[in-house]
Design a protein around this ligand. Sequence first.
Ligand code: LLP
Length: 382
Amino acid sequence: MITRDYIEKFGVLPTPFYFYDLDVLKSTLEVLKKESVKTGFKIHYALKANPNPRILGMISSSGFGADCVSWNEIEAAIRSGFNPSEIVFAGVGKSDHEIRSAVESDIFCFNCESIPEMEVINHFAGLQNKRVRIALRINPLIEAHTHKYITTGVAESKFGINTWDIDEVLNRLPDLKNLILIGIHFHVGSQITRLSVFKSLCTRINELQEWFASRNAGLKVINVGGGLAIDYENPENFPKFGEYFSLLKKFVDLRPGQELHVEPGRSVVGQCGSLISRVLYIKNGSNTRFAILDAGMTDLIRPALYQAHHKIQNLTSTGELNRYDVVGPVCESSDTFARYIELPETKRGDLIAIRSAGAYGEAMASRYNLRDLPRVVFSDEL
Ligand code: LLP
């Protein structure tokens, strides 16, 4: 919650900065923990959503594992207290160096996406005289009903192994003596608002389980990936962990001894972060008024890249409502946070909060235009 108290304290701080409300994160983690204990599901937090060390520290202390997509993420996870035995390494293009280092670290599992990748992992595991655990990332061919850039589980996607190729993968496995197949992995997409999409995934998983059983391939881990949406319109709302976990519990037919793993990212950290900025100038266009902020697409790229909607609040003004295009200072027309939105009468110096920015905000910041990376302020520092 961005309370009056916080707003007064923001007043003296240089902008732009990410503000992380640690109470919100703590409550989110408590709900998630409760659901994971209730269902017995294992959580691997998807670091890509936000690898800020303090945030990682709180998540690892909650007893969750980590889903990493680069060696640097694995290192960051280990530094922040995640146990290597609870780290999975995913990604369609793992480099030799990354594979070698991950084998050395004895991580829990490599999520593999192709035979050539499995061959390279097998090679590096062999050089270290190890047998490493792998799961096959399978393309579930399910429409996620979200933005196309964050839809992953459809035909002709670079992600995952197509169902018609799994047979070939299993035929090849006996030659790859340094790999142990322990499970299957899926990820349909991100910011999935319709729970029916996850229900379709459950059906697909059950079909594939039959197929794997017919091939006598024992699977210990069923990993459903991430993707649960957050409510960008209402930043105070918690993600629907309860409904999501109940649905998985009800519709995935786990076999004896099997574990279900989930990899949430956005839903864990999205609502605890806001990008706080100041208005530099108000400029009249021909039909609109621009509120030009000192934060731009380099701080939060989601609106420019995915036409994403983040709620924007003027924390200073209580004036009459007016229409504004809220834009950043970067030399690109796409550097626009929102068009034609209502804000109270806005002027130079007003504080603006761009909400629900805890996931894929700071993590995707860049130095384009040689701008500084955004600063970070935690609620317990104020
Ligand atoms: N597991 C895998 C294999 C993934 O690829 C992802 C996200 C996750 C888990 C976590 O998904 P989440 O629970 O956060 O939806 N930058 C984009 C989102 C990219 C998501 C990539 N994969 C955005 O700002 O919307």
